[in-house]
Design a protein around this ligand. Structure first.
Ligand SMILES: *Cc1c(COP(=O)(O)O)cnc(C)c1O
Length: 422
């Protein structure tokens, strides 16, 4: 499928080009001009997860990746599945954290790595900014993939020590930079590098952060998987903990493809640019504030333009089809406590989504909140809120022993550029 650049609609590219370029001219994001609608969704939902992925992705990539290699590639990428867990209040957690880096970003990163591998393995550098979990997912997805170097930038004080251990200890083809500033600055450094022709050509830059269309498309699949596990329901409500708004955009694509999603809830922390935008109509980002749900400490969400396009194109109404809620740290802590008392252990991002779901769900609707990270990834915060000590899953326990290999830099572009080229 040909994709267009949302900032410069005359630029159209193939999926392969979008995959490799990341973003287009004018820093524009690539997106399908129209979302294909799927027929026979009921039959599709009878399949297992990999079969569902195949049917969902085929309309987007089928002309470039034939059926058989697509199936093989999906098998390589998705060595784990989403799990749907019912909570005692009648809602469902869609747990997306059973992959190698224990967060939902494994889905997008691993699909992207396999697609790059499929389209040939010319040398390139994956340059990405992370507020925590992208770095781990990308580092693990690309670790030791031949001909691909990975550079990850993250806010030094914006990730937990364990998160850092998980992606800054791999070495080999993975380089990590601890930036003495916030996530928006990391993201700005990445954007500037892409605009820097010299850097872009020398290193053959590719972005793997959530602006890459491959990551977004991979995430569409698990909305269908959730629907498949809640049979007979045509009133699905998904609550999505949102930072850069990639995950909820994937949900919006699923809705546009015909999945019976009644409402999408964008649950943010107090970095609430979108909830305020929905209320007041003015786009007015505040300085980014550190919160318990640090992977969502983003006040200028990159993917919002894609969601905005879908809202307009599909004639969705704000308040009905799409809503946004901002939740502060105190409420997030209470949400973790309440869930724990009800027998479900959740980390802050997931608990925040659960709280937003209960606030925005009507009777007769099937509520699903997305579990975006394993509680052990945020174990200090989980323990502080609930008093419960989460045992480290083996992958984390092993990384926790290793030494952090990151280079420390300020937010200055020239400094970063020189280090990158050295
Ligand atoms: C990245 C992340 C989010 C936010 O997802 P977006 O697609 O950026 O909105 C939420 N929760 C966790 C744990 C994350 O790592």
């Amino acid at each position: 499928m040909q994709l267009i650049n949302l900032a410069h609609p005359k630029q159209t590219v193939s999926f392969q080009q979008a995959l490799k370029q990341g973003q287009g001219v004018n820093r524009g994001l690539f997106f399908p001009p129209n979302i294909p609608s799927l027929e026979n969704i009921d039959a599709l939902l009878d399949g297992d997860f990999l079969a569902i992925c195949q049917r969902v992705l085929e309309p987007f990539v089928g002309d470039e990746i034939p059926e058989e290699p697509l199936g093989e590639l999906l098998q390589q990428a998705f060595t784990f599945t989403p799990r749907l867990v019912a909570t005692s209040d009648g809602s469902h957690a869609l747990e997306l954290f059973h992959g190698p880096s224990l967060a939902f970003k494994d889905f997008g990163a691993r699909f992207m790595a396999q697609c790059l591998h499929f389209f040939g393995d010319e040398e390139c550098t994956i340059l990405t900014a992370t507020s925590g979990d992208t770095g781990a997912a990308v580092a693990h997805a690309f670790h030791r993939v031949p001909n691909i170097d990975v550079v990850v930038l993250y806010p030094q004080n914006g990730v937990t020590p364990l998160q850092e251990k998980l992606f800054c200890t791999l070495g080999d083809n993975i380089r990590t930079f601890a930036v003495d500033d916030d996530f928006d600055t990391c993201q700005a450094l990445v954007k500037r590098s892409f605009e820097d022709d010299n850097i872009r050509r020398t290193l053959r830059l590719n972005s793997a952060n959530s602006i890459n269309i491959a990551r977004l498309l991979a995430q569409v699949c698990y909305y269908f998987e959730a629907a498949a596990r809640i049979p007979g329901n045509d009133k699905l409500v998904f609550s999505v903990p949102s930072g850069n708004f990639g995950n909820i955009t994937a949900g919006a694509i699923a809705k546009a493809m015909g999945l019976p999603i009644k409402r999408l809830i964008a649950a943010t922390n107090i970095n609430d640019t979108v909830p305020r935008f929905f209320q007041t109509g003015s786009w007015d980002p505040n300085p980014t504030v550190a919160t318990l749900s640090n992977a969502m400490d983003i006040s200028a969400p990159n993917n919002y333009v894609r969601l905005a396009r879908l809202i307009e194109q599909q004639h969705w109404s704000i308040g009905e089809d799409v809503v946004a809620v901002a939740i502060d740290d105190e409420t997030t802590t209470q949400a973790m406590q309440k869930l724990f008392a009800d027998g479900y252990l959740a980390e802050p991002h997931t608990a925040l989504a659960h709280h937003a779901l209960l606030a925005q769900q009507d009777r007769g609707e099937s509520g699903v909140f997305l579990g975006t990270a394993h509680p052990a990834k945020f174990l200090e915060r989980v323990e502080q809120a609930t008093g419960h000590q989460t045992p480290l899953p083996p992958v984390l326990a092993e990384h926790a022993q290793r030494e952090v290999l990151s280079t420390k830099i300020s937010g200055d572009y020239q400094e970063f550029r020189e280090t990158l080229l050295s």
